[in-house]
Design a protein around this ligand. Structure first.
Ligand code: SAM
Length: 213
């Protein structure tokens, strides 16, 4: 069932905000090469799904504008502070990606990292991304996915399923997001599947790419 109303968890919301701030730099080292590739040529105004506490601000130019679709209010204060520090103008939309309050064909560039794992309905979020992108606009992503090429990793993902989803507010490590993105109706999709070697085994299967509307 799709939930469009997001309720910030009073315990896990602030804990996750602090956690992602703490591990942000370390996590970025594992994803940096792909992020540099897919977040290259970012225009001056960008829409981001699930900005969290601002892990991707470092890929935006100072003076640019970030429209952050971030329903988790526990993230907002840290996100604002980080944007100010990076000199990025910030517009926060406290809505879920399943129903983005932006007009049709109003964005040139949408990005996300480690977000489609957590949204209630990835296909619906991608339909919203397509709706708000202008023809030719780009959706750039780095996401963790089901380890379809490794039974050992799949077992790990299955074993941690419930505690992981509880801790990380609905996050699933078992989504085949490459297929979901390929089936989302974009004009062109370029996806790379790769493996990182982080201590967070369930998220080591990754995809990165660009989908063009
Ligand atoms: C694992 S965190 C990733 C944060 C950040 N993108 C990063 O790379 O560190 C997932 C983020 O998705 C956000 N989120 C959860 N459900 C969402 C939804 N339905 N629409 C948009 N964002 C959502 C969460 O609030 C959280 O900030």
């Amino acid at each position: 069932m799709t939930t469009e109303v997001y309720t910030t968890n009073r315990l896990r919301g602030p804990v996750n905000a602090a956690f992602f701030q703490l591990i942000g730099g370390g996590l970025d080292r594992f994803l940096h090469a792909r992020k540099q590739r897919v977040f290259a040529d970012v225009p001056d105004t960008v829409v981001e799904l699930g900005s969290g506490v601002g892990a991707n601000l470092r890929y935006l130019r100072p003076g640019s504008t970030l429209i952050a679709v971030e329903p988790n209010r526990a993230m907002h204060a840290r996100l604002r502070t980080a944007a100010q520090r990076r000199g990025v103008r910030l517009e926060v939309r406290a809505v879920a990606g399943e129903r983005i309050d932006l007009p049709d064909a109003s964005a040139d560039f949408v990005l996300s990292s480690l977000v489609l794992c957590t949204v209630s309905d990835p296909a619906r979020v991608l339909a919203e991304v397509r709706r708000i992108l202008r023809p030719g606009g780009r959706y750039a992503f780095t996401e963790h996915v089901l380890a379809s090429d490794s039974r050992a990793l799949r077992n790990v993902q299955r074993m941690v399923r419930r505690p992981w989803a509880w801790c990380f507010e609905g996050c699933s490590c078992e989504r085949d997001l490459a297929t979901t993105i390929e089936n989302a109706g974009f004009a062109h999709v370029d996806i790379e599947t790769y493996r990182i070697r982080s201590p967070f085994l369930p998220i080591n299967s990754q995809i990165a790419g660009i989908a063009t509307a």
